[in-house]
Design a protein around this ligand. Structure first.
Ligand code: GAP
Length: 454
């Protein structure tokens, strides 16, 4: 039996991520580049699993949402129409002496926190990053790096509708990079300047049409999405008591939103947004219709009317949810009646970077070939890792730290007696003996029934 010592803090998570190859500081050998991070061998698997689980649940398991992968660089007029060129800003003050910039709401006094210099009045600062297309670096060639993937969906609304014979309500989902020149990035991968979003634009009937047809209103469908998205985190093992839904106050609403709710997680520094679920009304399609001159309406053949749909937008971050899954899975446990402790990630098996480790008890010449044979069987069915370095105890600890749910060990009984192996459960640490011919079935069964030990 194990006792949890869980008092996770961010330094512990950052250090585990570096040590075990989840996340590294970017450009590290050149001293790093503020708040940019690279995903290592374990991190890339974990984040991909988060994105795959999201895609499976919002695209593959539904019949009313399809996928899209639009370009990062888009026509600059899109950001004028969407309101980002004008309104995607934060107020900033600048020190007249050292020229460092700060958000006024983060300052404790009216002088520069770095050098004590005098500060300018607050000015609005656009958060979009710029670059240039083509050889000339002038304003005619300037484009923005998208600050949200959403606009790529809105401008493709008619393409998807026509090619996919979409009928309301229907959604378009997209995963992709977004860029914001955040003034106060931080908390590891929680707030960065380059990040990945997982967004759905779910097009629905506007309130007057829904009420005329007796269909659920935008507000009712909004509540359904809140439940669907909250449940997704819980199904993937996140502790329910660490999750909550919080409604935005009027002063927090983005320029496009009629109402918005955040799914929040209680990180070590406090409750923070994992995902925003907004009612963007017909704002975006309406804006693109008037700025592009192209028709953005939907023809409702039931009532023979054209109208611009409303849209509900569940918009989450792949990096933020990866971090929340890591924090939530992290535990330090002491074995009852002993001084020994271990670090373990109780990750849901579908998120765990490696599902099964295959470990010969030692590098003994009888064990290694048999372990390789077992690995060949396992690797065709599960993402797995073969490891024969160091002592078996250290290898179990390493697999616990990267969250591998099951470890198969090949010992002398395997080769000398009965062709059976042990399967060790990450969470209970209990080992069962299984004949090799039944191994795959036993692994599948155990993966499906893992308790997560949280
Ligand atoms: N299209 C709506 C939209 O972009 P948002 O609340 O600004 O809304 C949605 O962003 C999600 O994107 C957030 O809930 C968060 O998970 C992620 N996100 C936003 N800014 C981020 C940043 N600087 N670093 C990491 N993730 C970020």
């Amino acid at each position: 039996m194990a006792r949890s010592l869980n008092q996770v803090n961010m330094e512990t998570i950052v250090s585990l991520c570096k040590r075990r190859g989840f996340i590294f500081p970017s450009s590290e050998i050149y001293g790093g580049l503020g708040s940019t991070w690279d995903y290592g061998p374990m991190g890339v698997e974990l984040k991909r699993n988060v994105k795959d689980a999201w895609w499976k649940s919002v695209v593959h398991e539904r019949n009313d949402v399809v996928g899209l992968d639009s370009a990062i660089l888009m026509h600059p007029d899109i950001w004028v129409a969407s309101g980002h060129a004008e309104g995607f800003t934060d107020p900033l003050v600048e020190c007249k002496n050292c020229h460092h910039r700060f958000r006024p709401d983060h300052l404790e006094s009216d002088s520069c926190p770095d050098c004590g210099g005098e500060l300018t009045d607050a000015r609005m600062f656009n958060l979009m990053l710029k670059t240039f297309l083509g050889p000339a670096e002038d304003s005619a060639h300037q484009v923005w790096m998208r600050p949200e993937t959403a606009q790529g969906i809105f401008v493709n609304f008619q393409n998807v509708l026509v090619s996919h014979r979409g009928r309301l309500p229907f959604g378009i989902a997209q995963i992709g990079k977004a860029f914001r020149n955040e003034i106060t990035p931080g908390n590891f991968v929680f707030r960065t300047r380059e990040f990945e979003q997982m967004e759905i634009e779910y097009f629905i009937e506007p309130p007057e049409i829904a009420s005329k047809k007796g269909n659920p209103s935008d507000e009712e469908l909004h509540q359904e999405w809140l439940n669907t998205r909250f449940d997704w985190y819980v199904k993937l093992g996140m502790r329910k008591d660490k999750l909550r839904i919080r409604q935005h106050g009027d002063d927090e609403l983005a320029h496009y939103a009629k109402s918005c709710y955040d799914v929040e997680y209680e990180f070590p520094w406090g409750w923070s947004e994992l995902e925003g679920i907004a009612n963007r009304t017909d704002f975006d399609l309406g804006q693109h219709q008037s700025h592009s001159g192209k028709d953005m309406t939907y023809f409702d053949d039931e009532i023979q009317e054209r109208y611009i749909p409303y849209v509900l937008e569940p918009s989450g971050g792949a990096d933020r949810s990866t971090l929340a899954f890591l924090v939530d899975a992290y535990d330090e446990e002491a074995a009852t009646g002993s001084n020994e402790s271990r670090t373990v990630l109780h990750l849901h098996p579908s998120l765990a970077p490696i599902k099964v480790a295959v470990l010969p008890l030692s590098r003994n010449e009888k064990l290694v070939p048999k372990a390789r044979e077992v690995h060949d069987i396992v690797k065709a069915n599960f993402v797995s890792q073969y490891d024969d370095s160091q002592s078996i105890g250290r290898r179990y600890r390493r697999q616990d730290e990267i969250g591998t749910p099951l470890a198969v060990t090949i010992d002398f009984k395997t080769v000398e007696e009965d062709n059976s192996v042990t399967i060790r459960d990450r969470d209970s640490m209990v080992q069962d003996r299984v004949p090799i011919p039944s191994l795959l079935e036993a692994l599948k069964d155990k993966i499906e029934n893992l308790s997560l030990g949280k």
